[in-house]
Every structure is written in structure tokens, then in C-alpha cells.
Ligand binder design. Structure first.
Ligand code: COA
Length: 179
């Protein structure tokens, strides 16, 4: 597994209010913290992320999400500054095999939403994706998901959207200069 150098240890992300939130690459040992994060999230947050209800994150899914290869599958986690064993947000990308496109997704725990964490974590993820030759991020976003649509538009990158049965397929060109 190729890990980004220096990312095994958390580095501080500064929120707009000045608060420092530790961020690091996801690790296999994070599976149970992902399950705890899921159980603290509201039904609406889970629905928007997974496009349906999901009472709990199964062991199988938690293991899958916690294992990345650091190149084609990559995820950053933000930790509760007061309790660093708890994950409060995740942003990830999964490359379509052999292409420069990757599916992007993010989840921020309800009580941390709306304070810039999703935006900042995504900016860090974009840098990591660019370093790995990804040119496009895409995501399927529910039409009512104002927060995610705002976050994507706020990246200020070339973006295309099309409607897909109550959802929007959004593609963002993250590396316009890449050739
Ligand atoms: C979508 C999500 C990742 C955004 O993360 P966040 O930390 O809450 O968002 P930020 O604080 O970084 O805000 C990003 C922008 O969205 C806006 N925003 C955030 N939540 C919003 C909401 N519920 N309604 C309207 N706008 C919202 C912010 O004002 C900000 O816009 P601005 O830069 O113009 O001020 C997070 O809210 C979340 O996990 N939602 C539930 C799961 C989900 O929808 N995942 C994505 C599936 S595709």
C-alpha cells in the first residue's frame, strides 16, 4: 500500500473560526470509528450520503471504507479535536480503473456541518487527487442536497451538471492545467 508521506500522522486543518481539526489518511483500524460516526449521524445525513436509509454501517462496509490503496482509493478523515479516537468527517475518492476520473464523496457529522469542514477537507483531498493524476471528480448528489451542491460550486472549478432522476450528476475538472 502506498501511503502519502507524512499522512500517517494527523496534521491540523484550521476552520474559519480558527479551530484546529486533526486530519489524516484513513487507516484499516478506523473501521469501528466509522461505524460510531455513522451511528451518531442523523437519518437525513445518512440518506443524503447513501441515497437511502442505513440503520448501521455493516462490518463489511466499514472494513471496505477503511481500507484504501492510497492511489486509486483514497480517504481523509477529520478527528474530533477533543477526542481524537472519534472521526467527525470523511472525504474520499475512488478512481475508475485506468482513467483520470474518480468518484468523490464526503460526510460530515451533523454537529460539525456548516462550519467549513467539508469544504476544507475537500480542498485537501483535491490536492491529493491531483498528485495522483486525477483530472475529474464526479458525484451523484440528491437535488435537495443544497449543502453538497454549494460545496461543489464553491470550489470555483469548471463544473458540469446533468439531471438524473431526482439527483444531479456533477463533474468537476479539478486539474484544468493537467496534460
Ligand atoms: C455536504 C457536506 C459534506 C458539506 O460539508 P459541511 O462541512 O457541512 O459544509 P461546509 O461548512 O464546508 O459548507 C460548504 C458550503 O455549503 C453551504 N452549506 C453547508 N450545509 C448547508 C445546508 N444544509 N444548506 C445550505 N447550504 C449549506 C455552506 O454555507 C457553504 O457555502 P458557502 O461557502 O457559500 O458559505 C455535509 O453537510 C454532509 O455530510 N451532509 C450529509 C451527507 C452528504 O450529503 N454527503 C454528500 C453526498 S453526495
Amino acid at each position: 500500500m502506498m501511503l502519502a508521506k507524512g499522512q500517517e500522522e494527523p496534521r491540523l486543518l484550521t476552520l474559519d473560526d480558527g479551530q484546529g481539526v486533526p486530519v489524516r489518511l484513513i487507516q484499516p483500524e478506523d473501521a469501528s470509528a466509522l461505524q460510531r460516526l455513522h451511528s451518531r449521524c442523523s437519518k437525513e445525513t445518512v440518506y443524503l450520503r447513501f441515497f437511502g436509509p442505513m440503520e448501521e454501517l455493516s462490518d463489511e462496509k466499514a472494513q471496505y471504507f477503511a481500507h484504501v490503496d492510497g492511489t486509486d482509493r483514497f480517504a481523509l478523515v477529520a478527528l474530533d479535536p477533543a477526542q481524537q479516537g472519534e472521526i467527525i468527517a470523511v472525504a474520499r475518492f475512488d478512481r475508475e480503473v485506468g482513467t483520470d476520473q474518480a468518484e468523490y464523496s464526503a460526510l460530515v457529522e451533523d454537529k460539525w456541518q456548516g462550519c467549513g469542514l467539508g469544504q476544507h477537507l475537500t480542498q485537501q483531498l483535491l490536492d491529493e487527487a491531483r498528485d495522483r493524476g486525477i483530472r475529474y471528480f464526479y458525484g451523484v448528489v440528491m437535488s435537495r442536497n443544497t449543502g453538497m451542491l454549494k460545496l461543489l460550486r464553491g470550489l470555483d472549478l469548471p463544473e458540469r451538471e446533468r439531471k438524473e432522476k431526482g439527483a444531479k450528476y456533477v463533474e468537476v475538472e479539478i486539474q484544468p492545467e493537467y496534460s
